[in-house]
Design a protein around this ligand. Structure first.
Ligand code: FAD
Ligand code: NAD
Length: 484
């Protein structure tokens, strides 16, 4: 192992490994340090995303969706299935195989790009020196021209519901249940609560989500949130807003553990629920434990994130930080793009990242996806705007597929017609929103989208119709605004 590098990356999640690969592609001698240990005691790449986040949650979302379709939806297509059963340990095992395959893929990519993968813990010292301690506790001091910190995030804990990894779990524990809990409680009806609540709800749990905020998915466009809330209600996700959890107690009943959750409801009344499992998912926080020595000169902001400017430079020269450990949405693709930007900047390029166009998805069924600003944000910014909406109910492909819940909403500037945001709840929402993300990158107007020929029959026709509706030209729906 060499001690001198052009670039040392600490953390190999989607931010860190992408930065390392891009740096190596640009001819920089690069090392990537990772402390994640697999069940076999060996180092594993991929971070939260691959090991306990995006990939395993989507594996379970897909498995549970197939089960639910077979059980509930196939009949309407004339398909008889007899008794449909579920083998939870097999489902979990499949998820683990996928994780292993993908994490192995990242290790292979690092190797193919000649990145030195170092398994152990990295700590930033002064002057871009890094203390590396491997899994055998052997310490080495490394040096680099540039250091990229990509140490990620961990779940937020709340004292009223401390995770015991048995009855009360965080998102990681909720990916490991070996049987379907009959009664599942979820604290926090945010992204993780909705996704993992959906997984276990589809498999048969009675799911109750206790959410502190009075508005549902407050960060999303509220018209879309309301539409989604109606859909989730039909799916029997019991979402209770304005609830403040005051305590939890794990007790034994009939030889089984259960958790008693006390809370005050939206009217301020004391209430109680008993669950077999409780998932706590009230947000994530940046992770910097053991990462920075006192001499590193790297400053944190008031939220505990590593303070960076728009180019991801920290307060210490030659030290950069990317991904969940810095400001901005905690999304894998946001961190990866920052990784590319920083690697290219280090290599002398002038790359910048467009933080205004970062797609955001919630993988329930149907999915919710968004890019750009919400109507509420545009209104608050005082900009004049037009809106076009289109329901999937009027899309032939959606009706044929029995996927007609939801809508597309496009918001464009009233004077320039440039698209400011797109919000979708409905089939293939993430892929449809991506079309608008590309259009926004090129400064498209709603009219540009409306003039584009879309294949028929496709879900994406809802995007074209919503774009046409912005200027009152939708064909398959009466227009609220009529313009020539
Ligand atoms: P991480 O992925 O957290 O990686 C950081 C890595 O750094 C870890 O491997 C850690 O071990 C390592 N590390 C930390 N400190 C040190 C040190 N001192 N020395 C060595 N190594 C260190 N995002 C999406 O965009 N789409 C999704 O569908 C999605 N689903 C999610 C589902 C769940 C259940 C969860 C929990 C998260 C999900 N996310 C999703 C969020 C996504 O996982 C994160 O935004 C992403 O993983 C952040 O990437 P990162 O590289 O910044 O950090
Ligand atoms: P979140 O911020 O999405 O949701 C947390 C929810 O918990 C919020 O609605 C909040 O109001 C509520 N809450 C906070 N404290 C509470 C309390 N004491 N009692 C009841 N409710 C409370 O966070 P998350 O769902 O934990 O996810 C963490 C991060 O991981 C998110 O930032 C998200 O970006 C990322 N993630 C992304 C995806 C995806 O892109 N599909 C999936 C999972 C996670």
């Amino acid at each position: 192992m060499s001690n001198k590098y052009d670039v040392i990356v600490i953390g190999s999640g989607p931010a860190g490994y992408v930065a390392a690969i891009r740096a190596a592609q640009l001819g920089l001698k690069t090392a990537c340090i990772e402390k994640w240990k697999g069940k076999d005691g060996k180092g594993v790449n991929g971070g939260t995303c691959l090991n306990v986040g995006c990939i395993p949650s989507k594996a379970l979302l897909d498995s549970s969706h197939k089960y639910h379709e077979a059980k509930v939806s196939f009949g309407s297509h004339g398909i008889g299935t007899g008794d449909v059963s579920i083998d939870v340990p097999s489902m979990i095992e499949r998820k683990e195989r996928i994780v292993k395959q993908m994490a192995g893929g990242v290790a292979g990519l690092l190797k193919a790009n000649k990145v030195d993968s170092l398994y152990g813990t990295g700590k930033l010292l002064a002057n871009r020196k890094v203390q590396f301690v491997d899994f055998e506790d052997k310490e080495t001091i490394l040096e680099a021209e540039n250091v990229i910190l990509a140490s990620g995030s961990i779940p937020v804990n709340i004292p009223v519901a401390l995770v015991d990894n048995d009855v009360i779990v965080d998102s990681t524990g909720a990916l490991e249940f070996q049987e379907v809990p009959e009664r599942l409680g979820v604290i926090g009806a945010g992204v993780i609560g909705l996704e993992l609540g959906s997984v276990w709800g589809r498999l048969g749990s009675k799911v109750v989500l206790l959410e502190a905020m009075e508005s549902f998915l407050a960060m999303m466009d509220q018209q879309i949130s309301k539409e989604a809330q109606k859909i989730y209600k039909k799916q029997h996700l019991d979402i209770r807003l304005g609830c403040r959890v005051t305590g939890t107690e794990v007790v034994e009943s009939k030889g089984k553990k259960e958790v008693v959750v006390t809370y005050t409801d939206k009217d301020g009344k004391d209430a109680k629920e008993i669950f077999d499992k409780l998932i706590v998912c009230v947000g994530r926080r940046p992770f910097t434990d053991g990462l920075l020595s006192d001499e590193s000169d790297v400053k944190l902001d008031e939220r505990g994130s590593i303070y960076v400017n728009d180019l991801c430079s920290t307060s210490a020269p030659g030290v950069w930080a990317i991904g969940d450990v810095v400001r901005g949405p905690m999304l894998a693709h946001k961190g990866s793009e920052e990784g590319v930007m920083v690697a290219e900047r280090i290599a002398g390029q002038k790359t910048v990242m467009n933080y205004d166009i970062i797609p955001n998805v919630i993988y329930t069924h149907p999915e919710i996806a968004a890019v750009g600003r919400t109507e509420e944000q545009i209104k608050a910014d005082g900009e004049p705007y037009n809106i076009g909406t289109f329901p999937f109910q009027a899309i032939g492909r959606a009706v044929a597929a029995d996927e007609s819940d939801g809508m597309v909403k496009i918001i464009a500037h009233a004077d320039t017609d440039r698209i400011l945001g797109c919000h979708i709840v409905g089939p293939s929402a993430p892929d449809l929103v991506q079309q608008i993300a590309i259009a926004m990158e090129f400064g498209s107007t709603a009219e540009d989208i409306g003039m584009t020929v879309f294949g028929h029959p496709t879900f994406s026709e809802a995007v074209k119709e919503a774009a046409l509706a912005v200027n009152g030209h939708a064909i398959h729906m009466p227009n609220r605004k009529k313009r020539k």
